[in-house]
Design a protein around this ligand. Structure first.
Ligand code: KIV
Ligand code: ZN
Length: 517
């Protein structure tokens, strides 16, 4: 399939919006998905897997809207091996300039027996039928044997050969449960290349999960063995321990091209921007020591290291911070900055807001600039992310908290706008956060339970904005909400309200258990 010129080119298939979003708590609304898809396109990913249209009307709409928006990348939709799934995927992809249908079925003995309750011969028939059916809608069909790494090799080869014969041009081998180890996974790819007679008619892809922390290592091994597409997500977001991290695969290939002479068309300078957006939207903080995008990835604390880096950065840096888009925090704007400068700054940071959102964001920026001596890029990002999140069913209108040694028990007065109607309440609690959250419960009764409450400072200093993450759980569905403000209590209520809005979106969505039937 690959011509000689492109023999070492690796296709980057991003599944942040599909597998990433399946991660408990990581649901995104339509606006957020559209912003991420734009950033993925700027990053230069080849394929954007935008969702699983049969899962819910929201997923369908997201794939449809991403397909309308994206200009150069291919947009892909996931479907099980059934005609209804495939038709729904095809319908959602209609507006796409370039489209792909990705259909899958489990092939491992364990999955066939317990999950599908199907005989291998019936699964094999379903492979042929689903790929042929998908080809009615597009020439670009990808087929995946779910739990591929635990599938018997003879059966895997048989299914791969049939999928290609039926019209699949990409064969994706998932390590669904993150069980493989690099040598073994590479040898599986080699076997497919040696044993499947028509394998040269398809690109081999891999899709690795990170349960043993080996997703990136397995993906790189597979590339060395001949795979030329990798499926990955920003920040390694994904089911359980996540998927292979896009930024790690791309930077490993770039940094070690001496031993892995393969290349992607990713613009690595956009990596940090993409990482921050995904983290802000999902409320999944990036661990400080995370490779490539963690806050400490380029920080040198030990004096001996600092000394070395000052003399020659290569002593301790194998890639430059600039190569992933990390620039030192700059003092961006002050309280005298005008709307024009603010809009330009947003553009530099990769944000284009509509007039109303811009107006609101500018108002909040002015308030922030009054409160805070220095406003940094990170402050603007937190503020705008918060603004974009804010166009929801439930909105925070005002909050007043009384607490401290003279005010026991702490009390809160809260006004929310719910479906366009303002509602107010007063309440008390064990602490100020408890008082505020009880008020939310009173104004918008719900059964969700608070699973996580986390605060971190956006920048240094006591005048820093607080960024709060709230995780709620309702009937097995988990969502993360995020909110930012110089006032930790305001940020907390924003985060809770954001999580509730996400929960409302999720209520119409089928659970993974319902889908796998
Ligand atoms: O992990 C997996 O097996 C998947 C498939 C749908 C490709 O996500
Ligand atoms: Zn997966």
């Amino acid at each position: 399939m690959t011509n000689k010129h492109d023999a070492n080119r690796v296709t980057i298939f991003d599944t942040t919006l599909r597998d990433g979003e399946q991660s408990p708590g990581a649901s995104m609304n339509l606006d957020e998905k559209l912003r991420i898809s734009e950033i993925l396109e700027n990053l230069g990913v080849d394929v954007i897997e935008a969702g699983f249209p049969i899962a819910s009307d929201g997923d369908f709409e997201a794939v449809h809207e991403v397909a309308s928006l994206i200009k150069t990348a291919k947009v892909c939709a996931l479907a099980r091996a059934t005609h209804v799934d495939i038709e729904r995927a095809a319908e959602a992809l209609k507006p796409a300039r370039k489209k792909r249908i990705h259909t899958f079925i489990s092939t491992s003995p364990l999955h066939m027996k317990y999950k599908l309750q199907m005989e291998a011969s019936d699964v094999h028939e379903a492979v042929i039928d689903s790929v042929k059916f998908a080809r009615n809608f597009t020439d670009d069909v990808e087929w995946s044997p779910e739990d591929g790494s635990r599938t018997e090799h003879d059966f895997l080869c048989q299914c791969v050969e049939s999928a290609i014969k039926s019209g699949a041009s990409t064969i994706n081998i998932p390590d669904t449960v993150g069980y493989a180890i690099p040598e073994e996974f590479a040898s599986l790819i080699e076997q497919l290349r040696n044993r499947v007679p028509n394998i040269d008619k398809a690109i081999i892809s891999v899709h690795c999960h990170n349960d043993l922390g080996l997703a990136v290592a397995n993906s790189l091994s597979a590339i060395t063995a001949g795979a030329r597409q990798v499926e990955c997500t920003i920040n390694g977001l994904g089911e359980r321990a996540g998927n292979a991290a896009l930024e790690e695969i791309v930077m490993a290939l770039k940094t070690r091209s001496d031993t892995m002479p393969y290349y992607t068309k990713i613009n690595t300078k956009e990596i940090i921007k993409a990482s921050r957006l995904v983290s802000a939207v999902t409320g999944f903080a990036v661990q400080p020591n995370k490779a490539v995008v963690g806050a400490n990835a380029f920080a040198h604390e030990a004096g001996i290291h600092q000394d070395g880096v000052l003399k020659n950065a290569e002593t301790y840096e194998i890639m430059t911070p600039e190569s992933v888009g990390l620039t030192t925090s700059t003092l961006v704007l002050g309280k005298h900055s005008g709307r024009h400068a603010f809009r330009n700054k947003l553009k530099d940071l990769g944000y284009e807001l509509g007039d109303n959102s811009l107006q609101e964001a500018f108002k909040r920026f002015k308030t922030l600039a009054d409160l805070k001596k220095e406003v940094f890029d990170e402050d603007i990002i937190a503020l705008v992310d918060d603004e974009v999140r804010a166009n929801d069913t439930i909105k925070l209108m005002s909050l007043e908290i009384k607490c401290g040694t003279e005010h026991r028990p702490p009390s809160a007065s809260l006004t929310l706008e719910i479906n366009g109607e303002e509602k107010s309440v007063n309440g008390t609690g064990d602490g100020p956060v408890d008082a505020a959250f009880k008020c939310i419960q009173e104004l918008f009764p719900h059964d969700a339970r608070l699973q996580l409450y986390q605060v971190h400072a956006v920048t240094e200093g006591t005048d820093a904005q607080a960024e709060v993450t709230v995780r709620l759980e309702e009937k097995g569905r988990m969502v993360n909400g995020a909110g930012a403000d110089t006032d930790t209590m305001v940020a907390s209520v924003r985060a809770y309200v954001n999580a509730l809005n996400k929960l409302l979106l999720k209520r119409g969505k089928k659970t993974p258990e319902a889908l796998s039937a």
